[in-house]
Write a protein that binds this ligand. Structure first.
Ligand code: WTA
Length: 601
């Protein structure tokens, strides 16, 4: 059977066009097939000090061991944000060596420790992309606590959800973001670390008396540069990332310290990072790519990393590559398409020849975007497929290996990904089915925080992790992405759960019922579309559509606000009350709705 596109398939077309590689290359991974055959994660463990000492803490492996050796004065972090603010009128242009990060993360660890914040506590980090964000995360690791990075665009309802689920006792944030944190509804939240110029009190900020305010810059000044990491075991918690499913609220995906073994090896073989590289991961640490490959992978390898602050700006992206002579670039299809939309003149003004390897993640990389990036840089982006839950790359194209344009690639050595039917039987080539990963692997999530039943659902086919993506394998062994098997939406590379958006929509006084789907879109992959039935007394209008969309933007997050709204009489539901998003997708595309025997009258 020839693979058919899945019901919410994206617009990647199958192609048989190859990207061919020279016979001899200086890639870290020389022979994929040989490596795949002989691979053992046990060998990778030897790369870490804990292999000998039995004392585990990722901050030691990322920072301290480099600061104690030849990389001591090597730049770990280049930070650039030319945006002028009252605090930084000239913008920021800074660099931090591994030794600097050791000192600063020790200081921050000491600030936390002094306030009885300890091992295993969850600490929310709600900051814009700044050095303080990275220093905070490192300091949290140092005391053995668990960072909960929260994307800076989240608004009150999303923040409340994530903080109440994680029961974080501390939040690190800025005065600008403060109003989005509903302290009175979060009894676990006891400490507020303020990054910015502030002098207010609990009363002036309207905080409950139980919350203690700590001023980041002041406390950091007097804290000591020395703090030995809290020693942990490989199974202890590393980080919690909140992500969306097709049903219910966001889920807290907890990873283990052991995931560093996977971050390290995939950074070495898929990102092909080398000692002399300047590496730029464009993802925010609010999302898993921004930690696994914006922090853990490059720094466990001792690589110099670039972080660009501020909003997306086309020319600045090329400037950043030129300014830092970036050699390895990890980004996403939506970003490539946005650059593409602004044409070739801007990149022609910049020197991009420092680049030697490009990777892509988050959504299918359409051939046009790949070809365009290849035209302006001379390099074809290499796909990597993975998820918040997998913690690390699972399917990749490799620098030394020929690949087919449009395919996600082949399983990373030490992992096995394939396509199975609903019973777990592997399917023959070119047959559409469930994309699964054989359990376990180093980055496999440890828990869904506070929700063991949800965790189990992923592993309901024995021996496999069920990704929720549909895919097929071709005769050469390449895996091809087809779509989602569930209703999860990927918009501009960000994962959004329809339930969360629907819950935000029905809070609006005009909305009786709401059903949300992803609608295919050339630039963003998908956009969020809402079908809404109105309460009596309200009439459909464009003004109302705008108002409703704005309402979601203000309560949840800009990226989760519907870009398209359609009013309908009734939102289609099953007799048991579940929204039939399959029917909504058919309505949207103007195609027959299929079997609706389970729909309510
Ligand atoms: C999608 C991002 C096609 C997929 C690291 C997956 C991709 C979801 C690719 C996870 C790719 C990721 N081609 N689709 N190369 N990479 N996806 O948790 O649907 O934000 O299930 O993790 O992104 O998104 P998440």
């Amino acid at each position: 059977m020839k693979a058919k596109p899945a019901k919410n398939a994206s617009f990647v077309q199958e192609s048989s066009e190859w990207v061919r590689k020279p016979k001899k290359m200086d890639a870290n991974l020389q022979d994929y097939f040989k490596a795949y055959k002989n691979f053992s994660w046990k060998n990778v463990e030897k790369e870490f000090d804990w292999h000998k000492t039995k004392k585990v803490n990722i901050v030691h492996e990322m920072i301290d061991r480099h600061a104690a050796g030849v990389r001591k004065n090597k730049v770990a972090l280049y930070f650039w944000d030319p945006t002028s603010t009252s605090f930084h009128p000239q913008g920021r242009d800074e660099k931090y060596t591994f030794l600097d990060l050791k000192n600063l993360s020790s200081r921050f660890g000491n600030v936390l420790k002094k306030n009885q914040i300890k091992k295993k506590d969850r600490i929310a980090v709600f900051l814009p992309r700044t050095p303080e964000l990275y220093i905070s995360i490192l300091g949290i690791h140092r005391i053995g606590a668990i960072p909960v990075p929260l994307f800076e665009a989240f608004m009150e309802a999303a923040i409340e959800d994530r903080l109440s689920n994680s029961e974080a006792n501390t939040i690190v944030t800025t005065p600008e973001l403060l109003s989005r944190i509903p302290f009175s509804k979060l009894p676990h939240l006891k400490h507020l670390v303020f990054v910015g110029q502030t002098s207010g009190t609990n009363t002036s900020y309207g905080l409950p008396p139980t919350v203690r305010i700590h001023h980041y810059y002041e406390e950091m000044k007097s804290a000591s540069n020395y703090l030995e990491p809290a020693w942990l075991g490989v199974d202890d918690g590393l980080v919690i990332h909140y992500t969306s499913g097709s049903t219910g609220r966001s889920k807290g995906v907890l990873h283990r310290q052991y995931a560093m073994v996977g971050h390290f090896q995939t950074s070495k073989w898929a990102l092909d990072l080398k000692e002399e590289d300047v590496y730029w991961c464009t993802a925010d640490p609010g999302w898993v790519t921004g930690t696994s490959y914006g922090i853990y992978g490059p720094w466990t390898m001792g690589i110099s990393s670039v972080v660009l602050g501020g909003r997306f700006a086309v020319e600045r992206w090329y400037e950043a590559i030129e300014k830092y002579q970036v050699s390895v670039w990890y980004s996403a299809p939506t970003a490539f398409r946005m650059l593409m939309a602004h044409g070739k003149e801007i990149p022609a003004r910049h020197h991009l020849k420092s680049l030697r390897h490009i990777c892509s993640v988050g959504e299918p990389l359409n051939p046009e975007a790949l070809r365009w990036i290849r035209e302006i840089t001379g390099l074809a982006p290499h796909e990597t497929w993975w998820m918040t839950e997998t913690g690390m790359h699972i399917i990749c194209n490799y620098r030394s290996l020929d690949f087919k344009i449009g395919a996600m690639g082949r399983p990373f050595p030490g992992t096995y990904a394939t396509v199975v039917d609903d019973k777990g039987k592997e399917l023959p080539p070119n047959t559409l089915g469930n994309l699964v990963v054989k359990t376990p692997w180093p980055g496999m999530m440890k828990e869904i925080w506070g929700n063991p039943a949800k965790y189990k659902e992923y592993f309901r086919i024995k021996g496999w992790y069920l990704s929720g993506d549909t895919a097929y394998r071709d005769k050469e062994g390449f895996l091809w992405f087809a779509g989602r098997a569930d209703d999860v939406i990927k918009t501009a590379g960000e994962r959004v759960g329809p339930f969360e958006v629907e819950s935000a929509l029905v809070q609006h006084p005009a909305v009786a019922e709401a059903g949300v789907i992803g609608k295919p879109d050339e630039l963003r992959g998908h956009i969020i579309k809402a079908f809404i039935s109105l309460r009596s007394g309200f009439t459909p209008s464009d003004i109302l559509k705008k108002e409703i969309s704005e309402f979601v933007r203000k309560n949840m997050a800009a990226h989760a606000a519907p870009r398209e709204i359609e009013f309908c009489e009734k939102v289609p539901k099953t007799r048991s009350g579940k929204i039939m998003r399959r029917v909504l997708r058919a309505w949207d595309q103007g195609i027959p709705v299929g079997d609706i025997s389970t729909m309510e009258e």
